[in-house]
Structures are given as structure tokens and as C-alpha cells.
Design a protein around this ligand. Structure first.
Ligand SMILES: Nc1ncnc2c1ncn2[C@@H]1O[C@H](COP(=O)(O)OP(=O)(O)OP(=O)(O)O)[C@@H](O)[C@H]1O
Ligand SMILES: [Mg+2]
Length: 337
């Protein structure tokens, strides 16, 4: 994707005919985006997504995006009003994201929520992976969420409240949902559910930087995002893409979790860095972000996850403490601003 054409294809796949021009010279990509007819929020989101797609391409050192607005804005009345939240939202909302699939977001989310409960928070887990929910399996939940007084009642497992598409009456139907429907299901699980007993909610995000990620950043506005990455360069490139998108949209980043960082041989005790070393630390240092946890590749964690029987873990307790500390640091920075 390092050549100009590859970069243009990537940008076009996101912006379509709104991409009016794109030039790549000496590492600088200059693009013109037509944002007429879009709300300022949607225009900013489109710009952020194009930037995120282009920025991490090899050979690109800077991206300049100029926006134009030829098209007449759509009348405001054409937009449906956002429904008012039916229930108060939890005090703290933490999202767990990554650009790449399969790096351990769901494992980290579920175990982080349980660890938060262990350190005294009233914790919940919202599985925002509408098409591939994993919370029911990870937590060994087989029941179905019910409506109580017009609100969806989360289920309870391992000391936390849980909602997931996999706990809804007809989870199979969600598989065919397109972007906006999936985003609306996600919002309903947040706004139309009874999280009133919960003070700290962990949101397990789907992979990639699609509609649900945009809904999270623009509408849910979490207190912070934890970025999970394995040490490989490819996972890191995707993690940075997601991170760029969040930063562009003003979402606070709590830090990185390096997952599957090393493997200790059960026979000889030798520690092996299967997926490479130092990449996450380097990326975090460059961005001025902390590495919140370094989790080893642990066959017992995989087995417990598959069996729906999460086990207490010092790694996740430490992560829970770090996350709460980081939220306070961000609060203080906010107050000083
Ligand atoms: N530290 C670890 N040690 C061993 N296995 C792990 C670890 N972290 C995750 N796994 C395993 O890796 C697989 C993928 O993890 P998980 O489902 O949490 O990833 P994900 O990022 O949520 O994936 P998706 O993008 O599909 O939502 C699972 O089988 C899980 O048990
Ligand atoms: Mg997942």
C-alpha cells in the first residue's frame, strides 16, 4: 500500500466519490475531501477515517486533508432526533478496542470487568461485537436477557452484570444486520438497559474501525479506551489505525495492553517472545501512552475462556488498578485544562 495508487484505493474505499484528489510525494499525502451535506460531526469522522487508513501506510510520514463543501447541506429536519437515554449511564465507561481481530479484546474485557469487581467496583460488561458476540461463552452464560419495566435487564455472572447480542432473544438475526442497525443495537444495549447498579462499565469492541467504533467515539464518548495489541508489527499497525481514529475524534486513550507477549515453556521454564519484542512499548513511548499490562500467552487462560470459567488473576487485578489510576490522571488533566 506504500505506492500512491494503493493509498488512493484505501482512501477511496472509505470516502468513495467524496475523495476529490489525492497526491503522495516524499512521504506527504495530500487529500481533498468533499464534505458538503454532512453534519460537522460526520465530516470530522470521515476525515478521521481517511486519515487513519492512510497514515499507517508504509512510506507515509504526514497526511494533510483539506475539506471542501460543494453540496448543499441537507435540511436539519431530515435527521431523526436522537432518542433520550432511558437510564442513567454508569459513572465510568471504558472501551477495549484494537484494529485487528483475534488479539484478545474479549478476553481482556471480560477478565478486566471481573477484576474491577474484585477490587471493589460495581462492574459491568457490554459486548459491542454485535455480529460475533463472545461474552456468553467467555462467562459460561446461557440465559436470555429479559425486559423489565421497559429496560433490558443485564444478566449476572462472576460478580458482574453482562449484556451481549448473544444473550438476546434472537441473536441469530443480528448476523445479517448492516452497519447502522448494528450501531443502533449497540446503543440500545447501553441506553435502554438497566445499568443502574453499575458504576464501571467495560465495553468489548468488535475488531476494525467501522460504524460501531464511530458510534462509540461520537455518541457514547467513553471515559477512556484501552488498546489491545499483540507484539507483531501487523497487529500494531492495525492498533495504531484504531488509535489514530480515536485521537482524531477526541476519545481519551488510557494506554496499551500487550497481549500474548511471551510464553513460558511448561517443561523447562524458558520464556519465549513468540510474536516479537518491544513493538508495543516503542509505539506507546512514541505516543506518550503507558503500557497498562503485559499479558503472557497462557494456555490456562485460553482453556478457562473456552470453558466459560474465568479464574482470578494477578495480571488482571493489576490491570484493573492501572485502569482506575489512569482514569483519575485523565480527570486531573481535564480539570487543569
Ligand atoms: N493471553 C492469552 N493467552 C492465551 N490465549 C489467549 C490470550 N488472549 C486471548 N487468547 C485466546 O485467543 C483467542 C482470541 O481471543 P479473543 O476472542 O479475546 O480476541 P478478540 O480480539 O476479542 O477477537 P475478535 O476480534 O474476533 O473479537 C481466544 O481463543 C482466546 O482464548
Ligand atoms: Mg472479541
Amino acid at each position: 500500500m506504500g505506492d500512491g495508487r494503493g493509498i488512493e484505493t484505501a482512501a477511496k474505499s472509505i470516502a468513495g466519490d467524496r475523495l476529490r484528489a489525492l497526491k503522495h510525494a516524499d512521504g506527504l499525502v495530500s487529500a481533498v475531501l468533499e464534505v458538503g451535506g454532512l453534519s460537522p460531526e460526520d465530516a470530522a469522522a470521515l476525515q478521521a477515517r481517511v486519515r487513519a487508513a492512510v497514515e499507517t501506510a508504509p512510506g507515509v510520514s504526514a497526511v494533510r486533508i483539506v475539506t471542501t463543501a460543494d453540496r448543499r447541506p441537507e435540511p436539519a429536519a431530515a435527521k431523526p432526533a436522537a432518542p433520550a437515554p432511558a437510564a442513567p449511564r454508569p459513572d465510568r465507561v471504558i472501551a477495549v478496542a484494537s484494529g485487528k481481530g483475534g488479539v484478545g479484546k474479549s478476553t481482556v474485557s471480560a477478565n478486566l470487568a471481573i477484576a474491577l469487581a474484585r477490587i471493589g467496583r460495581r462492574a459491568g460488561l457490554l459486548d459491542a461485537d454485535i455480529h460475533g458476540p463472545s461474552a456468553p461463552m467467555l462467562l459460561g452464560l446461557t440465559g436470555r436477557a429479559r425486559l423489565e419495566a421497559g429496560l433490558i435487564a443485564p444478566l449476572s455472572a462472576h460478580g458482574i452484570a453482562v449484556l451481549s447480542m448473544g444473550l438476546m432473544a434472537d441473536p441469530g438475526r443480528a448476523v445479517a444486520w448492516r452497519g447502522p442497525m448494528a450501531s443502533s443495537a449497540f446503543k440500545q444495549m447501553l441506553d435502554n438497559a438497566d445499568w443502574s447498579g453499575i458504576d464501571t462499565l467495560v465495553i468489548d469492541m468488535p475488531p476494525g474501525t467501522g460504524d460501531i467504533t464511530l458510534t462509540l467515539a461520537q455518541q457514547v464518548k467513553p471515559d477512556g479506551v484501552v488498546i489491545v495489541s499483540t507484539p507483531q508489527d501487523l497487529a500494531l499497525i492495525d492498533a495504531e489505525r484504531a488509535l489514530n481514529l480515536f485521537q482524531e475524534l477526541g476519545t481519551p486513550i488510557l494506554g496499551f495492553v500487550e497481549n500474548m507477549a511471551s510464553f513460558r515453556c511448561p517443561c523447562c521454564g524458558t520464556e519465549t517472545r513468540i510474536f516479537g519484542e518491544g513493538g508495543v512499548e516503542r509505539a506507546a513511548a512514541e505516543l506518550g501512552l503507558p503500557v497498562l499490562a503485559r499479558l503472557p500467552l497462557d494456555p490456562a487462560l485460553r482453556a478457562a475462556s473456552d470453558a466459560g470459567t474465568p479464574q482470578p488473576s494477578g495480571h488482571f487485578d493489576a490491570l484493573a488498578h492501572r485502569v482506575m489510576e489512569r482514569l483519575e490522571v485523565l480527570d486531573e488533566a481535564d480539570v487543569r485544562r
